[in-house]
Ligand binder design. Structure first.
Ligand SMILES: [Zn+2]
Length: 270
């Protein structure tokens, strides 16, 4: 019970078990991109309204890091270390392989940015994948003073972002500075690591998780979020017309069976 009340993450043993149960059930890709800033002529510094004619270069994807759930390696690609077309191609391949993509604000930022890169070079969409946007999960369930990734991961006792030198880092990277790119690479890769850690912690809070159960061959009810069959019967789930068996998974997720219970089962006689 104490473990449940403490701020400690799930035990490595439990996580290993969850990871194992999911590894073969569903391909989960955690992804994070970095973009360059827009470049524009501006006539002042304060409250500027920059017109399109002032825009010299639009921001673009300069790098991304990605990690398959259950695997150690974090992959990194950039327009500096690789080439822009290769990086974009690789992002398209990874997204196409994934059943679901985990990100933080990716529904509004990372994915549309990547889609723009795809369409600009005439690519068609990657094969469909579900999105698990942890920023949406955080906003929906909790009230932290800040919803930023760095704040939330720190508040939950997880690893945090690597400090970077801010705008200067981007300027140096745009100028092709090798050392700056090393910093960018470490920063980008660490974001993927902490996003996955956050996913582990938030797992039982996620609603509408792409079903892991659909992807394995086992019979019977399994946890919709982690795919585990280690479920405890805990009460009933009532809708306006039916009653279902309610379950609690080892990961903490509540779910309900698909089968309507008969009046005999509800009374617990059977
Ligand atoms: Zn579960």
């Amino acid at each position: 019970m104490l473990a449940l009340l403490s701020r400690k993450p799930l035990s490595p043993c439990l996580l290993a078990r969850l990871s194992l149960s999911r590894r073969f059930a569903i391909k989960l890709l955690t992804l994070d991109i970095e973009t360059s800033p827009n470049l524009a002529h501006v006539w002042g510094l304060w409250q500027q309204n920059v017109g399109l004619s002032q825009l010299l270069e639009s921001g673009e994807v300069i790098s991304f890091a990605a990690k398959w759930y259950g695997e150690e390696e974090v992959e990194f690609f950039s327009s500096f270390h690789d080439t822009k077309p290769f990086m974009v191609q690789r992002a398209h391949e990874l997204l196409s392989e994934a059943d679901a993509v985990i990100h933080f604000n990716g529904a509004r930022f990372d994915i549309p940015h990547l889609n723009r890169e795809f369409v600009e070079i005439g690519m068609t969409p990657p094969s469909p994948y579900a999105q698990i946007d942890l920023l949406k999960v955080v906003k929906k369930n909790f009230r932290f003073p800040s919803n930023k990734l760095d704040y939330v991961t720190k508040a939950l006792g997880l690893d945090h972002k690597i400090h970077n030198s801010g705008h200067t880092l981007w300027v140096k990277c745009m100028a092709g500075d090798f050392q700056a790119w090393e910093e960018m690479k470490a920063y980008n890769m660490q974001d993927v690591v902490i996003t996955e850690q956050l996913y582990d912690r938030l797992l039982p809070w996620i609603t509408g998780h792409p079903s892991t159960g659909l992807h394995d061959e086992t019979e019977g009810h399994s946890c919709p979020n982690c795919g585990s069959a280690e479920l405890e019967k805990r009460g009933k789930a009532y809708t306006s017309v039916s009653v279902f068996q309610r379950y609690r998974c080892v990961c903490g997720k509540w779910s309900r069976g698909n089968k309507r219970l008969s009046s005999v089962e509800i009374q617990g006689v059977k």
